[in-house]
Design a protein. Sequence first.
Length: 395
Amino acid sequence: SRQSPGSLRLDAPRHSPPVTIQAIGGLAPGMTATMLGRADRGDLRGLAATTCVPPGTDFWFVGSGSAVGQRGRLYLSNPSPAPALVDVTLFGPDGRVQAPAGRQIAVAAGGQEVRKLDALAPGVARFGLHVQVRQGRVAAAVRDQQVDGLIQKGTDWVPAAAPPARHQVLVGVPAGPGSRSLQVMVPGDSDAIVRVRLVNEDGSSAPAGLDVIESPSHAVSQVELSGVTRGRAVAVELSSDVPIVAGVLARTEGGATSPADIAYATSGRALSDQAPGLLVVAPVAGAAPTRVLVLAAPGRRAQVVLEPLGGDPGKRTVVDVPAQSLRLVPVSDVTTAGLAAFTVTPSAGSGAVMAALDVSEKGPDGGLLTAWPLVPGRYRVAVPVVVADITTGLP
């Protein structure tokens, strides 16, 4: 229950069991943990990061695939003392994908089940996944790994997306060369008409020729944005006539015989003064990555306070984000500590603020890249009202 960061280095086998983090005390609901992995070479070459998620019953993902050269995996972890039962629904470019092996997956108490996406449904170029827990609670995660023959083309975790909605904002699309592929999933029965706006440091605008896209029902469509982002960091604002889920696959520039890396941005939830975000950064052995906090105000002007937690030598920083714009804040401007944590709190009365962290590095064989969204902290827990029911026969 302390207001300071800590770190744990795991030099464990690549198929080691999941790690459970449990907090106690008055500040426990606000605990946040992230995991960052780095490899210069090998099957998992790249930067790969993910935010540890609390167990739940409903998860959405947009990303990964099972075509040649794609090695996606779904991880289902059950930290509770009771077994869980999970259904996984898959969507692809041509509609809903039949995957009988994704139904009624049993996850033992304290156990983990890993499903290879190419075993569930081979030959699918890109996926949308809906993970529904029918019994119990699990933590769900998706990892994507891409290769071209013997050349590694990147690995990263696909962050869980916000549930289907008519308005989505994707923050954390990184700057730099390479492709930026917008992937839109329509889980419902009606096709979607999606209006696209790009938000950058200069403001918000509709990209010429891509301002409106059509996405078929039950399918995952894809649009290339690199021609309109032009190497700049952006947020993508989507307005649809039916609920959608979305993500962006970013890829570093690599040649036919040189490796590359990938990162995912996804639709997220807005931070507020009552539910700020908590950013944790940790050192990575042998690396000197560039860390940039991305703050987007897709609506009204916002003011954001960055406050280091106790023990961090960093400084309190106030950032103004103009309406329909974003700001890029190097983490080194806030703190120079290798291990640090700070809250990201919109001021009272500010407009909605979305945030993400982009991490990049110039590796010996090419660029490395990862990103993850900041989610509102769990500072308040709703406790249901308990009413006595004499029909149960219990005291």
